[in-house]
Design a protein. Structure first.
Length: 277
């Protein structure tokens, strides 16, 4: 090579990247157990309640006063008797309402003729609050246990029947057609396909109906009741006995929460197949 030639530098080959640069893995945030969150919320709620009571807002009783009153009612057996009376009414009304709502919802969803005949009545009574039926129930059924249970039954029925109906209507048509291709009859399709596929809707409707039943309880016990949580709360109202009212509210909430959790447990067990679908 002569002295006038400029040496050519060889370019260093650039290595092709095998793929996009990997981002450093983010450490997942530690998950707080649901039970711990529930306890935190409970403590925070009680703390807020105690703080508001200490401010003297409308003579609001504090947690200690309500706990003392609950101890008195438990000691003399009043709270247990009232809770059992209310629980009995709710269970009977809720069970009757659900047992009737499921077949009516299935009929409306499976047979167009039944839907045309029943749906107007269902939609009509859904717009009428169950509490508005109390005067009619008293006139027609008297002032015993029947009108109280009837009002609770009506609240549970109207909440559950629509869920059952939507469950049948929402079944995938391909599942029904596949069963027909395999030679299944209508009865087999209904029992083996429609009912299992509608189970999640039915259980959700039952949970809503349970809430409606408990929500109607206090008003239902206006009908000449002699025992029950709603009755005790109304009697305490006359004497401005706020601790007793709070005890009744808390008892209703705890019983309703316990029953809802039992339904939720049943829902998880009966619809476990959905998780792997």
């Amino acid at each position: 090579m002569s002295s006038t030639e400029t040496p050519v530098k060889r370019a260093t080959p650039v290595r092709e990247s095998a793929g996009p640069a990997r981002e450093p893995r983010r450490r997942g945030r530690p998950r707080i157990p649901a039970l711990a969150l529930n306890l935190i919320a409970l403590v925070a709620g009680i703390g807020l309640w105690a703080w508001l009571a200490s401010l003297g807002i409308q003579a609001l009783p504090g947690p200690a006063a309500v706990a003392d009153k609950a101890g008195e009612l438990i000691a003399d057996g009043t709270l247990a008797d009232d809770a059992l009376a209310s629980l009995r009414r709710v269970l009977i009304g809720f069970a009757l309402g659900t047992l009737l709502a499921v077949p009516v919802g299935f009929l409306m969803g499976w047979y167009p003729v039944a839907r045309g005949l029943l749906e107007p009545y269902v939609q009509f009574f859904r717009t009428v609050p169950p509490l508005a039926m109390i005067p009619l129930a008293i006139v027609l059924l008297g002032i015993g246990e029947v009108p109280k249970i009837f009002v609770i039954f009506l609240a549970a029925f109207l909440s559950s029947v629509v869920a059952a109906f939507q469950g049948v209507v929402g079944v995938e048509r391909t599942l029904i057609d596949a069963a027909r291709v395999l030679g299944a009859h209508d009865g087999t399709i209904f029992l083996k396909v429609v009912v299992p596929a509608s189970a999640p809707f039915i259980l959700v409707g039952m949970r809503i109906g349970l809430g409606s039943a408990w929500g109607t309880l206090v008003a239902a016990e206006l009908i000449a009741a002699q025992e029950g949580l709603g009755y005790q709360m109304q009697k305490a109202q006359l004497y401005y006995d706020l601790p007793t009212i709070f005890v009744g509210l808390i008892t209703i909430g705890l019983l309703g929460l316990l029953m809802d959790r039992l339904l939720l447990l049943a829902e998880r067990r009966l619809t476990r197949w959905q998780e792997t679908r």
